[in-house]
Every structure is written in structure tokens, then in C-alpha cells.
Design a binder for this molecule. Structure first.
Ligand SMILES: Nc1ncnc2c1ncn2[C@@H]1O[C@H](COP(=O)(O)OP(=O)(O)OP(=O)(O)O)[C@@H](O)[C@H]1O
Ligand SMILES: [Mg+2]
Length: 271
């Protein structure tokens, strides 16, 4: 069995605005992700986590290097076995929840049984009673729960999630995190999950990929070694705190250098 995802020496340069030099967002990132694995990308703001996720999902072509999903090189948006869940709820306000699901499933060519798939996914996150609601009738937590269900309804082997719980309060984050862990244990999906939160990474990940400040490189990969499904009670165990502390130590210098770079840029600007 080939790995689910292979990232091979991926670098990303973005052209500088107004004659500024090009900005290197990612520098020779290589990573193999196994089938059924839950991998968290953790790193300071601006280190290239979203860029890497977008390259894996084909939304962005890398400046150099390549990504394979299974044995196929990614050459365009959303390879057939991949679904995205973003930080912001991307539900269209003029459609009901169920109609939103129909649009997304149609877009990915999954028209057969779309209604059953959608209702099953809504049931999975306990939101089956809200299929006929409009997004404006739902709380932020409910919308994000439904956003996650839509990713599940696409029924892909791989879910790419970019800070899906960032806008939620701590308790809702924990509950959704637990749901996701249960989903992983039940379906064997491969999940790549971007987060800023140390605790969220340790609670959810099989492996945590700690990235350096820009340009993003892999600083270290930490295995968590705790079976799914996990509950938030895992956070009470010494093993959890040990790994969290280890992540913090790795991140500390990177966060500092990100803040220093921001201050330098501010001072240069203000003269
Ligand atoms: N389309 C783009 N054009 C130019 N620069 C970009 C573009 N997208 C990202 N960048 C730059 O690349 C770097 C990495 O951005 P990215 O959004 O991947 O970081 P991130 O780790 O996801 O940050 P955050 O945690 O704040 O979401 C940043 O410096 C950003 O300004
Ligand atoms: Mg980001």
C-alpha cells in the first residue's frame, strides 16, 4: 500500500508586491502520510501551513516539488479522493443546509444518493434536525459542525482541514474534536489538520508536524501514540502534558522569531 499522501521537496515562492523581493513561504518540505493517519500541522502564523494544505489539495501549484495522492501526482484542484473543510463556514446563505450539501456534492460529481449521503453525514454530527434551516438560523458552532458534516458527506478517503475549529469556543472545539476522533476510528479516513492550538494538536493527532517560522520547513515530527477514538479526558493524562510541553519548546523560538520579524517590519515602516 502506498502512503495516502507524499509531499516531495515542496517549495513555494510568492512574488513580492510593489517590487519587493519574492517571499519564500515553504522551503523543501517533504512528508509522507499513511492511510488512516491523523496529522496536525502546527506552526507560527505565516509559516506556510495553509499554503502547504492548499498545495496538497491542488488549489495551488507548488513553485517546485510535487505531491502525490496515492500514486497520482496532484495536478489540479481537489483530486477526486480529497475534501476540504475551511475555518470559515462556507455555506451559501441563500440555500438551506441540505441544498448546500447538494451543491457541493454535485460540484464533486457525486450526484448519486446525494440526499442519503448528506443526511447520514448530518446524523454523524447530530445535526440531522437542521437540514431545512438556512445558515442565518444557525449559531457559529452549528454552522461549523455542518461544515464538517459536508466534508464527511463527500465521502473521500482524505479530509484536509484548515483551522476548522478556530472560530469556536473551547468547549465546542473539544466536542467537535471528539466527534472527529470517533469518525477517524470508524472510517479510517486520512486527515491533515492545520491548527495553532498546541492542545488541539496533541488531543487529535497521531503525528504532529511542527513547522519553523517562515520560510516554513519541518522542524520536528512528534508521534502521540494514543489510539482513536480519544476523549478530552486524554488531556488529564501526564502523557498529554509531556507531549504538549515538548511541542511548546519546539515552537517557542519559532514564535519569537515570527514576532521579531513583525516588529522589524513595523519599525522599518515607521522609520
Ligand atoms: N497568494 C499569496 N500571495 C502572496 N503571498 C502569500 C499568498 N498566500 C500566502 N502568502 C504568504 O505566504 C506565507 C505563508 O502563508 P500561509 O497563509 O500559508 O501561512 P499560515 O501558516 O497558514 O498562517 P496562519 O497561521 O496565520 O493562517 C505568508 O507570509 C503569506 O503572506
Ligand atoms: Mg493559515
Amino acid at each position: 500500500m502506498p502512503p495516502a499522501i507524499v509531499v516531495d521537496r515542496v517549495s513555494q515562492l510568492f512574488p513580492g508586491a510593489n517590487g519587493a523581493p519574492d517571499a519564500r513561504a515553504l522551503d523543501e518540505v517533504s512528508l509522507e502520510i499513511k492511510r488512516g493517519e491523523f496529522v496536525c500541522l502546527l506552526g507560527p502564523s505565516g509559516c506556510g501551513k495553509s499554503t502547504l494544505l492548499n498545495i496538497i489539495g491542488g488549489l495551488l501549484a507548488p513553485s517546485s516539488g510535487s505531491v502525490k495522492i496515492g500514486e497520482t501526482v496532484v495536478r489540479g484542484p481537489l483530486p477526486s479522493d480529497v475534501a476540504f473543510v475551511f475555518q470559515e463556514s462556507t455555506l451559501l446563505p441563500w440555500y438551506t443546509v441540505l441544498e448546500n450539501f447538494r451543491v457541493s456534492l454535485e460540484f464533486q460529481g457525486r450526484t448519486d444518493g446525494w440526499r442519503e449521503h448528506s443526511m447520514a453525514a448530518l446524523t454523524e454530527v447530530g445535526m440531522q434536525g437542521f437540514a431545512g434551516y438556512y445558515p442565518s438560523q444557525l449559531s457559529i458552532g452549528m454552522k461549523q459542525r455542518i461544515n464538517m458534516a459536508r466534508g464527511i458527506a463527500l465521502d473521500t478517503a482524505i479530509l484536509l482541514m484548515d483551522e476548522p475549529f478556530a472560530a469556536l469556543d473551547e468547549q465546542t472545539r473539544l466536542v467537535l474534536g471528539e466527534d472527529l476522533s470517533v469518525l477517524l476510528a470508524r472510517t479510517g479516513k486520512t486527515i491533515v489538520f492545520v491548527t495553532h492550538s498546541l492542545s488541539e494538536a496533541v488531543l487529535l493527532a497521531d503525528r504532529i508536524v511542527v513547522m519553523t517560522a517562515r520560510p516554513g520547513k519541518i522542524k520536528s515530527i512528534i508521534a502521540v501514540g494514543e489510539p482513536h477514538p480519544r476523549s478530552p479526558d486524554f488531556m488529564l493524562q501526564p502523557h498529554f502534558s509531556e507531549i504538549r510541553n515538548q511541542c511548546y519548546e519546539l515552537l517557542r523560538d519559532e514564535i519569537r522569531s515570527t514576532v521579531d520579524a513583525m516588529r522589524e517590519a513595523r519599525d522599518a515602516h515607521t522609520g
